[in-house]
Design a protein around this ligand. Sequence first.
Ligand code: ZN
Length: 1026
Amino acid sequence: MLSRLSLIRSGVFSNAAIKHKNRMSSAVQNAKTLDAQPQTQITDSPTIVQLQDRKFEEGKQYHGFQCVRCEKVPEFGIMSYSFQHLGTGTELWYVDRKDQNNAFSINFRTTPFDSTGLPHILEHSTLCGSEKYPVRDPFFKMLDRSLATFMNAMTGPDYTMYPFSTMNEVDFRNLQKIYLDAVFKPKLSYLDFLQEGWRLEHSNIHDKNSDYVIKGVVYNEMKGAFSENSSVFGQSLLNNLLPNHTYSYVSGGNPLEIPKLTHKNLVDFHQKYYHPSNARIYTYGSFDLGKTLSYVNEHYLSKYTYVDNTYSRIPNQPRWDKERNVHISSRLDSMGAPFEKQNQIAIALLMSDVIDIQETFVLYVLSELLVRGPNSPFYKSFIEPNFSGGYNQTTGFDPQTKDTFFCVGLQDVRVEDFGKVKNIFAETVEQVMVQGFDSKHIESVLHNIELSLKHQSPQFGLGLLFNTTPLWNHEGDVVQNLRVSNMIANFRNNLKCDPKFLQRKIEQYFIKNTHKLTLTMSPDETYEENFKIAESELLKQKVLGLDKEKKDRIYENGMKLAEVQNSITNVDILPCLNLDDVKNAAKQEPLHVLKLREVPTQVCNVQTNEISYLKCFFDGSELTKDEIKLIPLFCNVINDMGTKNYDFREFDKIVLSQTGGIDFRLHFAENIFDSKSYNLGILMTTHALDKNSENMFSLCKELLTNFRLTDTERLKMLIDNYVSNITVGITSSGHLYAMQSCAGLVTDAAKLKSELSGVEHIEHMKNYVKAHTTEEIMENLRMLGEKLFNKNAMRVAINTSKEYYPKLVNHYEQFLNDLPSVEYKKMENKVNLLKPSCQHFVMNIPVNYCAKSFFCVPYSHPDHPALRVLAKLISAKYLLQVVRVQNGAYGVGAKVGSDGIFNFFSYRDPNSTKTLEAFDNTYKWLQEHNEQVTEQALFEAKLGVLQQLDAPVAPGNVGIDFFLYGVSQEMFLKYRNRMLSVTLKELKDVAERYFKAEPAYYGKCLLGPENKALETETNLKWKTIV
Ligand SMILES: [Zn+2]
């Protein structure tokens, strides 16, 4: 979707936060649009390799590397080869798999001993230019010259990684060259350090007398991160639970510490940690490894000598003999729960050494058993009594660090309940130690792990890398870690030999474990103010230390930096794909649409690795506005309330022991032909092993025909958790919320969409819950379900293998026979355009998210592909340059939706009006910078669009764009060809048509701090929402 933004290096904080996924993570994700999930294309989907030849032999040498180990991993169709470079000892892991989406990464073990953000700023700076590619920002330039399916760099708590993936071999080699040179031979110039790290600068760089300010990309990025409570909480948990070594520091950088960093620190850190002996290289897929080995050896590794890398090893954390408590304060979230409820608490326990693979697996299963779903003991003791807003993001098992840990945390808790939480924790683990777990519950957890092994993701290679990096970083056995079937077998065997196996683990890790941390967090109304005071104090100190000479240098550097930033670099030196490399679309799997028992059914026979996928769409056009607004809540609770024949615990157990879960979500799509109507309803999705597909259908039937809405207490708890969860993560996806809300100022359909899944949804839900009793809500939900779950309003998509299809269709027809069928008439939902307006959501955050939207043309209009190319071009050549590089926003871009709405957005932006003005000046820029709108720029923009159009699709999702949006394969190919044939003249024509005059239908939206000058500076009327 946000090609640029989603690729921006963003991993810094994610590692501190833990993986437990709530069913509903962010409201925005609920409503997907065509552009949000570009999945129209099919390529050679990963197929399981029958028998692979050994391409390399153990003990033999290849291009300076020795093959030290070669093993087959049949469950993934993998042949794994471990190499070691003879000169430097660099490890290289090659995962050979018949998958077109090849991946590559260079990882370094980076262990900072302060919170100045060294590894993070280095990660940014290495991408600013290197020996062979001395242009400014080659990484960002390559985004435009590649067909990468992923390109990024991330800083973890103890590693820095540089991964990419692509399906095109020319591209693979190009990116490999750029990445290798960036990490081993970066320029790391002083000006790059000032730009990416931090600097003192005059607020007006041309005025020596203007005030000094602290600037810098990472400095601003981390200011943004530190304003997100969930990030601060996760970071603090890591720092305090593992306080004796590198984990006690903020690898991303604490904004108040970053200004202690010097350029020399940065260069020294690179020298020490980016040595090949401290590097691990990963390569995955089907491309020729020989070429990689010889290139890496010849150009880089052969030029270094071995150093002992034990300096970057991380020792185990010495265990405490007494538990600890830590309290921190947080920003008061104006959209969150009431002040007295806006507290968080987590209890964390240090567990195994991550390299003990079987033990780590057992602890993962144990953690799932303890926290996930209505059968788990912590769910029963913490969630069901409904005194909090549910689990927070830290809940679950974390195997990212040298010592793994378990954590259970709650959000929206009263301070008075902190003590209660600690007691409940102790009581719960005592009880589990005595009672153990129900064997069906254990089976459902193991079944889900087995199912996920078969489920094919289009980013398998990267997924493997991300899952393995922490283990590899600590010198664990990455191949053994892939033998999940063995681990499951061992687990079952242990349990068989010792029925109290898990209870003993509970005793060891939960009852007798004194390395236990209770972290609590409460809002502080002066949090922002305190930060501002600390920041200005820091600035004052910095300025006091300046003599005349230093002041002159700051002035000069400010000008110099601006000059460099404003200059246009010649990027011809960078490799680029050409039209021949990309002109052919990938092969498409045939789709068939038939009517079975009167139900329109789309069938895709594709290699699914023994899994059948089912999607049912229920049209909601007969619903009233009030009913529509209940859909998100309905989707969130309907599979959690049980059925007439099973209570919610039983039902959860059965569903998870037979399927990958039955999920519901809102589906909302504007008509791609004319944008004058829209389609809205509920999408039910599930998948199961072929052998369980009959049960999958009967469980779906049970839920659709016998859903139960009778338990008010349970419903109330689910509603409360839902309301707490929708307010989490607004700031981390602020640009999406701003854009969605902004589109809602342009059409009434987009407005409705935002009310269903945007910022407006939060307010709506809070008010709705206040205005209705739980009984009333339950009754409304029940009526909604009865109206929606109707065979006559249903369409279905099935993805399964050709071989299994005949059997599946029998089960499917049986399922259709039993579904209720009520008379139904599809109605037209009309889209209306709205008068221009502007709105500002006032939030106490230190950054802004700006958006501007206007109406142009929908997907099927011949101008749409040209507008899409134009959006890419202005993002790369104009907005990035002005809003990110010059004005310091972390991200910025433009995109056009299939609904016909053109959007501009910025992310973690220090400015507001300045950025909105930049959006308005697009036409002017195009006029004045004609020299930048070249054939090459046009081609790069097309590549950017192709990255979305040709993105790989999972076998279970092939055909989804036709099913959900009506984009047929013929339409898609036509669109793709039309896009590739767009000329400069056409680009200019659409600019004239859509950008010259102020559009008739537009809106502007801002999420950010109070701004009194907004109306005068923009000369517009703003609606302020506090
Ligand atoms: Zn960053």
